[in-house]
Design a binder for this molecule. Structure first.
Ligand code: DLL
Length: 442
């Protein structure tokens, strides 16, 4: 067995059941879900249009004949047209902020909320959480699912929570120091922000007692993980989820950290080619599509996430038998098409973090001033690497430009900026500003 950084514990025996046993449960739950959504207007119509009745689904392979659901479908049935239970049974409403102004709402029954707590507890335990830990949660508590989801998960494990919420970074650091939190929960970009503010106060990892971090809510690279681990002196774990499916708790890393275990007894996952919608082979990148199997208030069938990742069914040394997903390399709607080349912002992050001297704070601006796309990448330089010598800075800039070209295949104009010049986020970081979109050119 691989060497784990801590004792490998499993929260729920369902995580290690045999694949066959799980498939039987999945089918039963899928059939129950189909019965539950038969009266949701969107699905009633979709089933009628496709000429299928819920009882036609007799095996998991039949899933492929069922209709898909998109964010646009949810928007078209704003605010709660996908509700599958009477309003009186709704116990909670969350939402994801849309770029279009109105959020997409998702609803939970009391049972859904309990399931959610269990699912978050599973990945927290997989990533080292014990009942005697104190967890500092620096996610927003509000319509965003991050704060409440992780909060429930920590409580389910029996650990203690500091619901610090997002923002006011110096205060976060004071709380972590004074209360001696063991675990930090937030977005990866906010973790870096916290590390940086701590450093500016003359504090290093030895001044904080954080040992693990559970980070999610936005894409991040392996280099970003290293930067966080080094700067905070912790082990950093990735967890993934989306509000439409349940929020955090869809998947998370175990101690082996070779992909995020998908909680397959609650969600069926498919990985498809985003253009043809045909399944892609394991190990190949595609768009993840999830079907909820136990959600009561708002089940979704074949929900297109727009998240690009690959699936891995190989055996994991932790003993969990669930399929793992890779990091999300990007979202289909975040993919930049620059002069015909497809680039995910994460590739640019990967390239620039490979160059010694760069800080993991960057902003990508895309524009089309004439007929051709132009990309400007603003990169912060570490204070100790910032130099008055033009030639040194020029050399660094050239190295970053070359690295981005070799990794991402596009030529960009790199601007080195002084430490602390780019805006910091307390939640999901904004990495790309696409002026072409504002001008209606894409
Ligand atoms: O971000 C749920 C969540 C909160 C997950 C906290 C993990 C921790 P939404 O606001 O609906 O829900 O945004 C969902 O965020 O489709 C991905 O594009 C992205 N995302 C979430 N987790 C990760 C991750 C929450 N670990 C969208 N890596 C998803 C990459 C992630 N992207």
């Amino acid at each position: 067995m691989a060497e784990f950084p801590f004792e490998n514990r499993i929260h729920d025996a369902a995580e290690t059941m045999s694949v066959d046993q799980r498939r039987a449960i999945q089918l039963e739950r899928l059939q129950a879900t189909l019965r539950r959504i038969a009266d949701v207007p969107f699905y009633r119509k979709a089933f009628a249009d496709a000429g299928i009745a819920p009882q036609d689904v007799r095996s998991l392979d039949d899933l492929r004949s069922l209709p898909m659901t998109t964010k646009a479908d949810l928007r078209d049935h704003y605010p709660l047209g996908f509700l599958a239970v009477p309003r009186g049974q709704v116990a909670r409403i969350h939402g994801s902020s849309g770029t279009t102004g109105k959020p997409t709402f998702v609803a939970y029954t009391a049972e859904d909320r309990a399931t959610w707590a269990d699912l978050c507890a599973r990945f927290l335990v997989a990533g080292g959480l014990r009942s005697d830990h104190l967890v500092h949660i620096a996610f927003g508590y509000g319509l965003f699912t991050g704060g409440f989801g992780l909060h429930y998960g920590v409580e389910r494990v029996g650990a203690a929570v500091v619901p610090a919420a997002a923002g006011n970074t110096p205060r976060q650091i004071m709380l972590m120091q004074d209360l001696r939190a063991d675990v930090l929960v937030c977005t990866p970009s906010y973790a870096l922000n916290i590390a940086e503010v701590a450093r500016s106060q003359g504090l290093g990892p030895q001044d904080l007692s954080i040992r693990f971090g559970h980070f999610g809510g936005e894409p991040w690279t392996e280099d970003m993980r290293h930067a966080i681990e080094e700067q905070l002196g912790i082990l950093a774990f990735n967890n993934y989820g989306l509000s439409e499916v349940i929020g955090p708790g869809v998947s998370g890393e175990c101690a082996a950290r070779t992909g995020m275990h998908i909680q397959e007894d609650h969600f069926l996952v498919e990985c498809v080619d985003p253009d043809t919608l045909e399944p892609v082979a394991d190990g190949r990148q595609g768009e993840l599509v999830f079907t909820t199997l136990t959600k009561q208030a708002m089940p979704v069938l074949r929900y297109r996430t727009r998240d690009i990742a690959a699936l891995d069914r190989s055996q994991c040394p932790c003993g969990r038998t669930t399929v793992r997903m890779s990091r999300v390399v990007g979202r289909t709607d975040d993919m930049l098409i620059v002069r015909g080349v497809n680039v995910f912002p994460s590739l640019i992050e990967e390239a620039l973090l490979r160059v010694e001297g760069t800080a993991p704070h960057y902003l990508i601006e895309v524009d089309r001033p004439g007929t051709l796309d132009e990309v400007d990448v603003y990169v912060e330089i570490r204070a100790e690497d910032f130099s008055d010598r033009m030639s040194r800075m020029q050399e660094l800039r050239d190295r970053i430009t070359r690295e981005i070209h070799s990794v991402a295949g596009i030529r960009v104009t790199v601007h080195l900026v002084e430490p602390q010049t780019l805006e910091r986020s307390v939640g999901k970081a904004v990495r790309v500003i696409d002026h072409r979109r504002e001008k209606g050119r894409i």
